[in-house]
Design a protein around this ligand. Sequence first.
Ligand SMILES: *[C@@H]1O[C@H](CO)[C@@H](O)[C@H](O)[C@H]1NC(C)=O
Ligand SMILES: *[C@@H]1O[C@H](CO)[C@@H](O)[C@H](O)[C@H]1NC(C)=O
Ligand SMILES: *[C@@H]1O[C@H](CO)[C@@H](O)[C@H](O)[C@H]1NC(C)=O
Ligand SMILES: *[C@@H]1O[C@H](CO)[C@@H](O)[C@H](O)[C@H]1NC(C)=O
Ligand SMILES: *[C@@H]1O[C@H](CO)[C@@H](O)[C@H](O)[C@H]1NC(C)=O
Ligand SMILES: *[C@@H]1O[C@H](CO)[C@@H](O)[C@H](O)[C@H]1NC(C)=O
Ligand SMILES: *[C@@H]1O[C@H](CO)[C@@H](O)[C@H](O)[C@H]1NC(C)=O
Ligand SMILES: *[C@@H]1O[C@H](CO)[C@@H](O)[C@H](O)[C@H]1NC(C)=O
Ligand SMILES: *[C@@H]1O[C@H](CO)[C@@H](O)[C@H](O)[C@H]1NC(C)=O
Ligand SMILES: *[C@@H]1O[C@H](CO)[C@@H](O)[C@H](O)[C@H]1NC(C)=O
Ligand SMILES: *[C@@H]1O[C@H](CO)[C@@H](O)[C@H](O)[C@H]1NC(C)=O
Length: 309
Amino acid sequence: MGNTFLNLALLIIFQFSIRATFSMKLTTILTDQSALLALKNHVYDPENVLETNWSSSTHVCNWFRVSCGSKHHRVTALNLSGLELVGTLPPSLGNLSFLSLLSITNNSFHGRLPVQLSNLRRLKHLSFGNNSFSGEIPSWLGSLTELRSFFLDHNNLKGVIPFSLGNLSKLEILNLSGNQLLGSIPSSIFNISSLQKMDLSNNMLSGSIPSVSHDLLSIELINFQINNLTGHLSKDMFDHFPNLKELHLGANMLSGRIPMSLFKCKKLQRFSLAFNQLEGSLPVEIGNLSMLQGVYIARNHFEGNHTYY
Ligand SMILES: *[C@@H]1O[C@H](CO)[C@@H](O)[C@H](O)[C@H]1NC(C)=O
Ligand SMILES: *[C@@H]1O[C@H](CO)[C@@H](O)[C@H](O)[C@H]1NC(C)=O
Ligand SMILES: *[C@@H]1O[C@H](CO)[C@@H](O)[C@H](O)[C@H]1NC(C)=O
Ligand SMILES: *[C@@H]1O[C@H](CO)[C@@H](O)[C@H](O)[C@H]1NC(C)=O
Ligand SMILES: *[C@@H]1O[C@H](CO)[C@@H](O)[C@H](O)[C@H]1NC(C)=O
Ligand SMILES: *[C@@H]1O[C@H](CO)[C@@H](O)[C@H](O)[C@H]1NC(C)=O
Ligand SMILES: *[C@@H]1O[C@H](CO)[C@@H](O)[C@H](O)[C@H]1NC(C)=O
Ligand SMILES: *[C@@H]1O[C@H](CO)[C@@H](O)[C@H](O)[C@H]1NC(C)=O
Ligand SMILES: *[C@@H]1O[C@H](CO)[C@@H](O)[C@H](O)[C@H]1NC(C)=O
Ligand SMILES: *[C@@H]1O[C@H](CO)[C@@H](O)[C@H](O)[C@H]1NC(C)=O
Ligand SMILES: *[C@@H]1O[C@H](CO)[C@@H](O)[C@H](O)[C@H]1NC(C)=O
């Protein structure tokens, strides 16, 4: 009885693995080819770049701005930046399962990001900057956990920054600048210890800057300027950013004093706090920052007559 059951189970597993192998062979470069042809059919291509370069008569791996892996011969990089393409992203793009780099910067793609892109589990670089994508930043982006760089700057995105982005634990560069993002900065963002550059400038973000509980040893640049951020900067905030080089918080509604911890960031080159409601004064410890090149603190409620330094 036990044996029969075991045999039956083995048979099922065996059949399943045959089918799995068979279907894996079917998802080959032909899958990639049909995904790219679907993309070609989704866009208006005024310079006829794809029209002349992407034809079934040549191998996909030789197509313009397409790269393949040397072992498996599947598409690993697609870089269509600056080709004046107009259109939407087709769901089948999510079938490019070996894709590691996807850049469509500087085009006129619009519409929403198709949920099928969440299948691109190997993606390391996603560059969608300077397009016309709309809707909200989808929370499934938090499942692309291999991402190192993520650009969605200069689009028409609305709504809040999803908390799930805090799950992108290998992320180094995040740029969401130049959208119409609302709500507060999710505290999960400061959980990404690999972050080097974070640009959330030119949005409509509000609330206070979340408190930081982990050290971000890699962070060099924080840009939250031109938003609607309020509240005080927490006293120990900059203790967590010992390698900070640039801080841009200008044109918000921040109040309170500049935390002394900022002046412990020995590598600081530039900081801008202009156009806020900060008070107090610049401490003498600013003299300890030997790398400092630019300080912008005009239009605050500081004591004395500070303008630009
Ligand atoms: C690809 O398109 C570019 C720009 O239109 C053109 O200069 C180039 O010759 C094309 N390459 C191929 C292989 O068709
Ligand atoms: C994409 O291609 C353009 C033009 O060749 C190049 O300037 C750009 O650096 C490339 N981007 C990436 C991420 O490889
Ligand atoms: C690719 O993706 C589309 C839409 O997500 C799907 O309909 C299609 O069956 C997928 N598979 C292949 C092999 O193209
Ligand atoms: C956006 O892309 C267009 C080309 O599509 C280019 O002319 C423009 O300079 C780009 N803007 C930015 C801010 O990069
Ligand atoms: C986008 O266009 C701008 C302006 O022409 C250029 O400076 C930038 O390098 C381009 N970005 C990419 C990724 O090609
Ligand atoms: C983010 O994108 C904006 C606008 O496209 C650009 O000006 C800025 O330099 C970028 N910041 C980073 C850190 O890449
Ligand atoms: C983040 O990842 C954890 C586990 O890796 C998962 O349990 C959680 O649901 C994810 N959170 C979001 C908001 O996606
Ligand atoms: C930060 O990550 C830790 C685990 O690494 C998790 O327990 C915590 O909930 C996260 N906090 C936020 C705000 O995402
Ligand atoms: C900033 O907040 C104030 C007060 O809550 C509001 O009146 C204003 O419209 C906001 N501005 C932006 C750009 O979000
Ligand atoms: C600034 O340097 C002086 C000595 O030059 C030192 O006593 C002081 O602790 C330093 N302050 C900060 C905030 O690092
Ligand atoms: C600030 O400037 C005004 C006018 O230039 C001057 O009357 C005043 O004494 C100055 N205050 C301080 C604290 O230097």
